[in-house]
Design a protein around this ligand. Structure first.
Ligand code: GRF
Length: 207
C-alpha cells in the first residue's frame, strides 16, 4: 500500500511505520506525510527519510476546503491508505467517505472508553487515572465519522500503576501504540481480515 500519514505532533508513531517499512516488516511505504501544524517534528522525521512532507494551514479555510486540499496531495502521491498518527484535526465526512475502510487511527486508550471530543493527549490519561482504571492501553481502529469510533483492529492492555501520572502512563503506553500500528498495517496489507459491523475478524494470526 502507498500510505499517507497525517500528523500533528512529534511523530513517534510515524517513525515506527517508517522503520517497519525500511526494515521490511511491512511491505507498505509511507509516500507522503501531511501535518496541520507547521512546526510538527513529524515533518522533520519525514524529511530525514526523504519522504515528502506538507503543512496545510487551516487559516481561512472551511473543513471541506481543507480536506479537499488534503485529498489533492494524497492523490498526487497515489495514496491508497491513510494512517492518522497523532492527527488532531477532525476529518470531514467527505474525506472519510472517500477513503472508507482505508483510514486507521491510533488512540492511546481502550476504546470505546476515553475517546471522543476532548480526549486527546494527556487528557486521555488524566481521565483514565481519575476513573481509577486498573488497565489502559491503546486501540487501532478503522475510522468512521464519529470521533474515535470504528471497527477495532488491535488493542493492547497496559497496567495502570498506583503511582502513575498522565505522563508516566502515556510513556508506558507509547511503545504498545508503535507495535499495534505495525501489526494493524500488516494485517491490512496482507488482506488478513474481514470487517463484520464493528468487529474486525483476523483470519490468521501470523505476526
Ligand atoms: C499518541 O499517543 C497517539 O495515540 C495520540 O497522540 C500521540 C501522538 O504521538 N493520538 P506521536 O506524535 O506519534 O509521537
Amino acid at each position: 500500500m502507498n500510505i499517507g500519514v497525517l500528523v500533528s505532533g512529534r511523530g513517534t508513531n510515524l517513525q515506527s511505520i517508517i522503520d517497519a517499512s525500511e526494515n521490511g516488516r511491512i511491505k507498505s511505504k509511507v509516500v507522503v506525510v501531511i501535518s496541520n501544524k507547521k512546526d510538527a517534528y513529524a515533518l522533520e522525521r519525514a524529511r530525514m527519510h526523504n519522504i515528502p512532507g506538507y503543512f496545510i494551514s487551516s487559516k481561512n479555510k472551511s473543513p471541506e476546503e481543507y480536506d479537499a486540499e488534503l485529498i489533492k496531495i494524497l492523490e498526487n502521491y497515489n495514496v491508497d491508505f491513510v494512517v492518522l498518527a497523532g492527527y488532531l484535526k477532525i476529518l470531514t465526512n467527505m474525506f472519510i467517505e472517500k477513503y472508507y475502510d482505508k483510514i486507521i487511527n491510533i488512540h492511546p486508550a481502550l476504546l470505546p472508553s476515553f475517546g471522543g471530543k476532548g480526549y486527546y493527549g494527556e487528557h486521555v490519561h488524566e481521565a483514565v487515572l481519575k476513573a481509577g482504571c486498573k488497565v489502559s492501553g491503546c486501540t487501532v481502529h478503522f475510522v468512521r465519522p464519529e470521533i474515535d469510533h470504528g471497527p477495532i483492529i488491535i488493542q493492547k492492555c497496559v497496567e495502570v500503576l498506583d503511582n502513575d501520572n498522565a505522563e508516566t502512563l502515556a510513556e508506558r503506553i507509547l511503545p504498545y501504540e508503535h507495535e499495534s500500528l505495525i501489526e494493524a498495517i500488516k494485517i491490512i496489507e496482507e488482506k488478513n481480515y474481514m470487517i463484520d459491523g464493528m468487529r474486525v475478524k483476523i483470519l490468521r494470526w501470523n505476526n
